[in-house]
Write a protein that binds this ligand. Structure first.
Ligand SMILES: Cc1cc2nc3c(=O)[nH]c(=O)nc-3n(C[C@H](O)[C@H](O)[C@H](O)COP(=O)(O)OP(=O)(O)OC[C@H]3O[C@@H](n4cnc5c(N)ncnc54)[C@H](O)[C@@H]3O)c2cc1C
Length: 238
């Protein structure tokens, strides 16, 4: 389900980009700068390419199934044709409140699959996106995020940040006036079930710090015992 130009824009119906050569090299053999489709040069140490994701509608082209950016479905993931459903990257969910969901991450596709299976068997469940979660691997570094993690703290949100000495693992807990609202983890993993419950139940940041070990996914493989993290973050909180 690939889509879009690898860099610089100019695809998807926009004006053609100005002619340009290959990206300038950085001297060490890697990327050193890039030029946007507006002609702006941005110097950098490396260039990361993101291909993006967009629905592949080839399977339904020429049919009576309604599409827009994706295959249009209602909140029970039904298309306009009886007994035909769409889930995952290709589904564009029209919600009763008028909002539209195009969710292109694996766990929402999985949740949608489970919902459709239940409905096909006689259920009438409605899809709700639930608490935000994503996991990925950046080269060899694990990454997970749960809930709401803004780029930086603001007057409402406080960040508690721990980083391993070698810089290859970190944990960022975010609370809103004492209530835990999100976490980012790199180089380690936390249990989905536990983090989601903390968020759903509106747990305090003190509760999360005290129960951090319950979310530890791979403590036996980690060089960072949870007590070290907890002590460091509790000190920052004090
Ligand atoms: C580079 C990249 C990185 C990603 N990283 C992450 C990540 O870190 N975390 C995360 O949560 N998600 C990530 N995603 C998104 C995740 O992979 C997708 O959300 C997930 O795979 C969607 O599952 P799906 O079953 O809906 O679609 P797909 O996994 O794309 O499966 C659709 C299948 O249908 C087949 N198909 C398409 N058209 C036809 C046709 N006409 N006839 C027969 N078969 C057809 C395709 O070949 C494909 O096998 C990433 C995606 C990409 C591209």
């Amino acid at each position: 389900m690939w889509g879009g130009p690898p860099w610089g824009g100019g695809g998807w119906g926009g004006p053609p980009p100005p002619p340009r050569g290959p990206p300038p090299r950085g001297g060490g053999g890697g990327g050193g700068a890039l030029t946007t489709d507006q002609g702006e040069r941005i110097d950098c140490q490396f260039v990361g390419l993101t291909a993006g994701v967009r629905p592949n509608l080839s399977a339904v082209q020429g049919s009576d199934i309604r599409t827009r950016e994706g295959i249009l479905v209602d909140e029970q993931l039904r298309t306009n044709i009886a007994d035909v459903y769409a889930i995952g990257d290709c589904a564009e969910i029209e919600r009763a409140d008028g909002s539209v969901l195009l969710e292109q991450v694996w766990y929402t596709g999985k949740a949608q699959g489970e919902l459709v299976a239940g409905n096909v068997l006689g259920g009438d469940a409605t899809y709700t996106p639930g608490i935000w979660f994503n996991s990925a691997k950046f080269l060899d570094i694990e990454y997970q995020t749960y809930g709401e993690v803004l780029n930086a703290a603001d007057t409402e949100h406080t960040h508690l940040y721990w980083e391993r000495e070698d810089g290859r693992a970190s944990l960022r807990l975010v609370h809103q006036r004492g209530t835990f609202v999100g976490v980012n983890i790199m180089g380690m993993r936390l249990r989905h079930r536990v983090c989601e419950a903390w968020l759903r139940e509106g747990r305090s940041i003190e509760h999360v710090l005290a129960h951090l070990h319950e979310a530890a996914f791979d403590p036996e493989l980690s060089r960072d015992p949870i007590p070290t993290i907890r002590a460091s973050l509790s000190e920052a909180r004090a």
